[in-house]
Structure formats: C-alpha cells, structure tokens
Design a protein around this ligand. Structure first.
Ligand SMILES: NC(=O)c1ccc[n+]([C@@H]2O[C@H](COP(=O)([O-])OP(=O)(O)OC[C@H]3O[C@@H](n4cnc5c(N)ncnc54)[C@H](O)[C@@H]3O)[C@@H](O)[C@H]2O)c1
Ligand SMILES: N[C@@H](CCC=O)C(=O)O
Length: 542
C-alpha cells in the first residue's frame, strides 16, 4: 500500500469504579474466582513456543494468602537465555521489514482487546498475583497499560515524521532504523502496565526483545504475553524468559548484539546491570542504550498556608495505596508544627489506623499485602528500627503479621532527625515518616529535603501562597522528575504526566512519551543530490 497514514488520536482509557451492584464488579469477581481456582503452568515464550524454563521451579502465590499457589514458573538457565537470544535475532529481519502501520496495528489491537474482552483477566490476575484492589488493578493493568499502547503508537508516528531540512537540489531524509541488535526488557513486580510497556515500546519501533518479568509478577505477565499473541504479535518479536534473571543476564549482557536495556526496578539492580555492560563494552557491536527507571524516596513538603484537608488525603493515598509499593509513594513528609499540632497529627493517625488491608477479593478493603517474604522482612526490620530509636515515635501501625498473608500495617511515625536513615532509604512499603519543624524553619527544611536522599523521582508541595509554591518549585527543581503542586506525588497518567526521575532514580527517559521511544531508534541520515557536480574546481581558483 502506498499512503502516508495517520494513526488514531489517543485518549486516556476511562477508569471503571466497580461499585456494588455493577455488572463490571460482577464480571471481575467471576474472573477472580475462576483464576483463583486454577493452578496453571507459567512457562517462558521463546520464538512463539511455550515451554517451562529448565531451572528450579517457583510457586507464584497470592501475597495476601500465601498458601494459595496460582501457578508454577521456573528460573531460566543459560541455555534458555541463549534460545531466547537466537529467537530474537531470527525474528529481527522479518519484524523490522514490516511497515510501521502493521506493527502499530498489533499494539492498537492489543489496547482494544484489553479495553474489552481481556480487561477482567488482566485485572483479576494483577489483583491475585500482586495483591492489588480492584481500583488499583484497574488503574494499572487496564487503564495505564491501554494508555501506554495507544499513546506509544501516536508518539512513534510523530517521531517517524521527524525529518531534516533540504536545500535546493538535495533531498535529505531520516531513516528511523530500529537498533542493530536486540533489546533486553527487565521489569518490576509492582506494575503490570510497566511490565507490558517495557518490551512493547521497543518492539513497536521495530526491535526484537527479550523480556524478563519479575517472578512475583509472573501470573499477570503470563496473560500479558497471551494478550500480545491474541493481538497478532509474530513469534520471536517478544521472547519472555522467567525467573530471577541473574542467569539470563550472564548470557544476554555478554552477547555482542545487545543493543539496549529497558529496565524498571531497584537502583541496586540497575547499577549492577550498568556495571556489567561497562565491563563488557568492548564486546558489543555498538553502545547499548541503557534506560532505567529506578527507586524513590518521595517527599511531601507542607507550608503553613497549605489546605490541611487536601494534605491529609494526599498523605493517606500517597503513602498507603498499594501498600506503599509504588516508586512514587510518599514516604517522607515535612510538616510545620502549627499544622501538625493543630490537628493534622491526630487526624492522620486515626485515618491511618482505620485503613483495612486484607484479601483483595473482599472489595471493602483499602489495600492488600506486600509482595513477598523478602519485602515483609525488609519492612519488619524498618519497623523495629523505628520502634527502637529514641528520635522516632510511632503514631499508627508499626506491626506486621505474615501468618496468612504478608501484611504490614500502614505505619505513621514522627522523627525529630530529618537526616535519619528512614528519610533516605527506600523501603517500598506502607511506612510514612514525618519530620515536624518550627514554622519559621521552612526554608531550611526545604533545603535539607532537597538532597538528603539520593533519589529524585517524585515530590509534592502543599501551599496556597503562590510565592511559596514558586520558591519551592525552584529550590526543588532537580529533586524530582515528577513534581506536584497541591496533589499527592503518585498517580501519573500516560500522556499527561510523563513519568521518570533522575539522580539515583534513573535515566529520566519519561515512560509514556516520545522521549522514551527515541531511545529505541538509531536514525540513518540519507542525502540524495539530484544533479551532482561534475567539476571538482571552485570559482576562487580562477
Ligand atoms: N521509577 C519507576 O518508574 C519505577 C516504577 C516501578 C518500580 N520501580 C522501582 O522498582 C523497585 C521494586 O521492584 P522490584 O522489587 O521488582 O525491583 P528489583 O530491582 O528487585 O527487580 C526488578 C527486576 O530485575 C530482575 N533482576 C534482579 N536481578 C537481576 C539480574 N542480575 N539480571 C536480570 N534481572 C534481574 C528482577 O527479577 C525483576 O524482574 C523499587 O525500587 C521501585 O522504586 C521504579
Ligand atoms: N507511575 C506510577 C508509579 C509507578 C511506579 O511504581 C505513579 O505515578 O504513581
């Protein structure tokens, strides 16, 4: 076909509420029951074929009911990784030769399938496997994932339009080539949308991919892979390998055709991958693109002019939704004494105590469990540290119980020392520290908060005084890649608040925007001269 196509105008997928009595709720509950009743194999998908990885098996459980096994996966071995690399390389010529419109149509179809018949499946899988409530799963596994798929097509189309200028008699062009080699997508447990976006964004631009999901996200990742297939993704374009990933990295990071890493997860793991790439740099055909969105220690700074009701809600939602397992979760707050002692402290403590975490199949719960025993141990160690430190005072929560599920109570504590390690360490759990300061020390506290933690992912200011909003915005300019004014520091929407941070929080390539997609292209500039010169001399030569 000869045509310059436009693509459908993207729109954000409306969020469903699942209110009592609604058909949406009934359908989702039915799917939850069906998926919970099965115990399925969670194989790899290599070159379109599903087979179990050859390493040790792993039970994938419901975090809020850890005796309940949803499925069994296994650790991929060196041989498994080699097979995935071969499949990605074999599929590359076919995939990059396919016109952009055909590739885009696959991901647009995936978006529509997810908005329709696949919605309940991916939402239910995310609820069961990652312990998200209905609304948390809906925002992540349905809406954000659909948005990534739709907006990426829109941004990719705009990127492909980007062309250089031409002078008279010359036609200059950009050939927006995919990278030469394959992309390694390594994804975290906490967002089904991120797990789906990291392999599909480079694939949309013509790259083939090896995708390594987090083992505790493998239940939803399994259905995501099936969704891509249902949308028409050819074999070998995205090759999913399972398990912890170290063995996969041994092979993948040593391959000369590694062209890029698309990572989201902890700072520690990203730095380890980066170091290995550095050590191997002379082996590669090119310089691998390294894109990593990593940890956070996200702040809320309040001024005496803040609206206290809005601040209260933002702290509760920002800190405790999804058990604080969001890179953007509010985990340190700075509150002036007049607001704190004027009622905010007692109100926040009472609301925190009232939050219910439990089985996510019970829709009356506010949250579920933390993801696994490792997260549970990390949080209980933090709670012990806080309880045993004279500078800290627990105001709500502070307890945990893993007898049925990995439950950590939403915890609110006050800490007199703003440099305490609880203000610099990412726990990735429902633990919010508050530093209370004398109102007059506001500027000093903002300056300290700006750089006490190594991260720079998200942060908020609460104030109604515009001079304060302006000053904090300037003072904190490099302290957050996503900065919020009078809003919680979580809940970025694709196409509206492109997401990512700098410093130890990552390469800030803004998932869900053209800035991310541009990393998966390696343009070739073509100059064509219509009537080339036939005389090598210049006029000044006489
Ligand atoms: N900035 C963001 O956009 C963003 C979004 C979500 C999560 N996160 C961060 O992710 C972290 C939580 O997720 P997590 O616990 O899954 O992170 P993690 O770093 O433990 O794991 C991330 C992924 O890396 C894999 N992995 C670990 N070692 C590996 C290796 N050597 N080779 C290949 N793969 C390896 C894991 O199996 C998983 O798939 C938090 O730090 C959070 O802040 C950041
Ligand atoms: N993009 C999400 C966070 C994803 C990371 O965990 C937010 O803005 O809350």
């Amino acid at each position: 076909m000869d045509a310059v196509f436009s693509v459908p105008e993207p729109r954000n997928e409306p969020v469903r509420n699942y209110e009592p009595g609604s058909t949406d709720r009934e359908r989702l509950q039915r799917r939850l029951t069906e998926l919970a009743a099965e115990r399925i194999d969670l194989p790899m998908t290599i070159g379109g074929e599903q087979r179990m990885a050859a390493g040790d098996p792993i039970n994938v459980v419901q975090p809020h009911k850890h005796a309940h096994v949803l499925g069994v996966t296994a650790h991929a071995t060196h041989d498994d990784a080699r097979a995935a690399i071969k499949a990605a390389k074999d599929a590359a010529p076919m995939w990059r030769a396919l016109p952009f419109e055909e590739r885009a149509a696959i991901f647009l179809r995936a978006a529509e399938l997810l908005a329709g018949p696949w919605r309940d499946t991916l939402n239910a899988a995310t609820m069961l496997g990652q312990s998200k409530t209905a609304i948390q799963a809906e925002i992540d596994a349905a809406c954000e994932f659909i948005d990534f798929l739709r907006f990426n097509v829109h941004f990719a189309r705009r990127l492909l339009e980007e062309q250089p200028a031409s002078s008279p008699g010359v036609w200059n062009r950009f050939d927006h080539r995919p990278l030469e080699g394959f992309v390694y997508a390594v994804t975290p447990f906490n967002f089904t949308a991120i797990a789906g976006n990291l392999p599909s964004a480079p694939a949309l631009l013509g790259n083939t991919v090896i995708w390594k999901p987090g083992p505790t996200q493998q239940f939803a990742a399994h259905f995501t892979m099936r969704l891509f297939e249902a949308a028409g993704l050819p074999p070998g374009v995205i090759n999913m390998v399972t398990g912890r990933g170290e063995e996969v990295s041994d092979v993948v990071l040593a391959d000369p055709d590694l062209a890029g890493i698309h990572f989201t997860g902890s700072t520690k793991v990203f730095q380890q991958l980066w170091r290995t790439v550095g050590d191997n740099i002379a082996r590669y055909r090119g310089y691998p693109r390294l894109v990593g969105e990593t940890g956070g220690k996200d702040f809320v700074v309040a001024h005496t002019s803040a609206d206290v009701d809005a601040l209260h809600t933002a702290l509760i939602r920002g800190a405790y939704e999804y058990q604080g397992q969001k890179c953007s979760a509010a985990s340190r707050a700075y509150v002036p004494r007049s607001l704190w002692e004027g009622g905010l402290r007692d109100r926040l403590a009472a609301t925190t105590d009232s939050l219910t975490y439990g089985d996510v199949a019970d829709f009356s719960n506010f949250g579920g469990a933390v993801i696994d025993d490792k997260a549970f141990s990390r949080h209980t160690a933090a709670l012990e540290l806080i309880a045993g430190d004279d500078t800290c005072r627990v105001l709500a929560g502070g307890t945990a119980d893993d007898s049925v599920g990995y439950f950590v109570r939403p915890t609110l504590f006050e800490c007199a020392d703003a440099a305490h390690e609880t203000f610099t360490t990412e726990y990735f759990g429902p633990i919010l520290g508050v530093h209370v300061f004398d109102d007059a020390r506001f500027d000093e506290v903002v300056a300290q908060a700006e750089s006490i933690a190594p991260y720079a992912l998200t942060g908020s200011v609460f104030a109604t005084d515009r001079r304060v909003i302006d000053a904090v915005g300037e003072r904190m300019r490099y302290a957050a890649g996503n900065f919020y004014i009078n809003d919680k520091p979580t809940g970025a929407v694709v196409g509206q608040q492109p997401f990512g941070g700098a410093r130890a929080s990552g390469t800030n390539d803004k998932a869900g925007s053209w800035l991310n997609l541009v990393r998966w292209l390696s343009p070739r500039t073509i100059k064509e001269t219509f009537v080339p010169p036939t005389d090598h001399t210049y006029p000044h030569m006489g």
